[in-house]
Ligand binder design. Structure first.
Ligand SMILES: Cc1ncc(COP(=O)(O)O)c(C=O)c1O
Length: 340
């Protein structure tokens, strides 16, 4: 009985997250803004979706045997999905995070049964001190360990192409005009972007990354920039290399936003609405403010922002000492899209 319940938790609770209209952001931006609330997944982030696909794929292809160890390099959220699902299925997990990972995420990883290794950076496989290099090296040197490698695993894009994209299309009854999300591995924007463009090629697919990240330059010029501007640390988004899971074919534009602009917006959003947002979600809201003219929303547009996780994961970084929230009435209106 208990194992049946556990199975239901893993396979049935991931995905089908709510899409709700945000009255506050809609009024501010003079259009219809909806939020895809990915923090309703069991691990409280969108990354449960690729974690499940990558684990199922590894098991189906006999890449790992019962009792083995899943290994991942993560800003924390994919790692939590991997740890939680691995634990339920009788596997172990070791997650390599960078030193910018919040204390809350590390505590959650450990409570989900993961062993956590903290690395200097997440600059990609070519960097000896990166989470990716350490994870790959660890998996190569341990029997029955498997590196899911979200940066190069097609399951990362596939999870969003097969689940998140269709959910958004159905929840908006095909009326979506813009999809906006922070970009890290690129799995979400590539998978959702591909699905939505296949339904309607005019839907705008826009990304948000931190200042100093290279993906917007890569998208525009097809090459990585020469200068070595330091990337600002907004957890979960931004890259100093181009991951295999980023498919620019389905992305129209990537906007850049600073660390401080995002942190300030997280705090002001909380003051205005009473709600805690994740760091990368705050970056998307800050990008709406900063690029309002470029975005040029029309009153009848239907804009979907994907919020990958929740502000409770960033109390120590974003909200410590900020007790001035208004906790006013809910900023959300309807659960479903009825009519515009
Ligand atoms: C908080 C947060 N936001 C955004 C992203 C970016 O998603 P993706 O890796 O699919 O580009 C991640 C990825 O880990 C994340 O953890």
């Amino acid at each position: 009985m208990i194992s049946k319940i556990k199975k239901a938790l893993i396979h049935e609770l991931i995905g089908n997250t709510p899409l709700r209209k945000c009255g506050y952001l809609s009024t501010e931006n003079k259009t219809n803004i909806y939020i895809k609330e990915e923090f309703h997944n069991p691990g409280m982030s969108s990354k449960d979706r690729p974690a499940l696909y990558m684990i199922q794929d590894a098991i189906a292809k006999n890449k790992i045997k019962k009792g083995g160890e899943f290994v991942e390099a993560s800003s924390g959220n994919t790692g939590l999905g991997i740890a939680m699902i691995a634990n339920e299925l009788g596997f172990k997990s070791t997650i390599f995070v960078s030193q910018t990972c919040s204390d809350e995420k590390i505590a959650m990883l450990e409570s989900a049964g993961a062993r956590v290794e903290i690395c200097e950076n997440s600059n990609g496989l070519h960097d000896f001190y990166s989470t990716q290099f350490k994870a790959q090296s660890y998996a190569s040197n341990h029997p029955n360990a498997y590196f899911t490698n979200q940066y190069y695993n097609s399951g990362n894009i596939k999870a969003h192409y097969l689940t998140t994209g269709p959910e958004i299309w159905e929840q908006t009854k095909g009326k979506i005009t813009h999809f906006i999300v922070g970009v890290g591995t690129g799995g979400t924007i590539s998978g959702v972007g591909r699905y939505l463009k296949e339904q309607n090629k005019d839907i705008k697919i826009w990304g948000v990354e931190p200042s100093g990240s290279i993906l917007s330059h890569f998208l525009e010029y097809g090459e990585v920039p020469d200068d070595n501007t330091k990337m600002e640390p907004i957890e979960g988004i931004g890259r100093t290399f181009v991951p295999g899971s980023f498919d620019g074919k389905y992305v129209d534009k990537i906007f850049q936003i600073g660390y401080q602009e995002s942190a300030d917006r997280a705090v002001s959003y909380r003051k205005d609405s009473g709600l805690l947002t994740g760091f990368s979600s705050a970056a998307v809201i800050a990008a709406l403010d900063k690029y309002v003219e470029d975005m040029d929303f029309q009153p009848n547009d239907l804009v979907v922002l994907l919020f990958p996780d929740h502000g409770s994961r960033y109390i120590s970084k974003l909200y410590a000492g900020e007790t001035n929230a208004s906790f006013g009435s809910s900023i959300f209106t309807n659960q479903k899209i009825a009519s515009q």
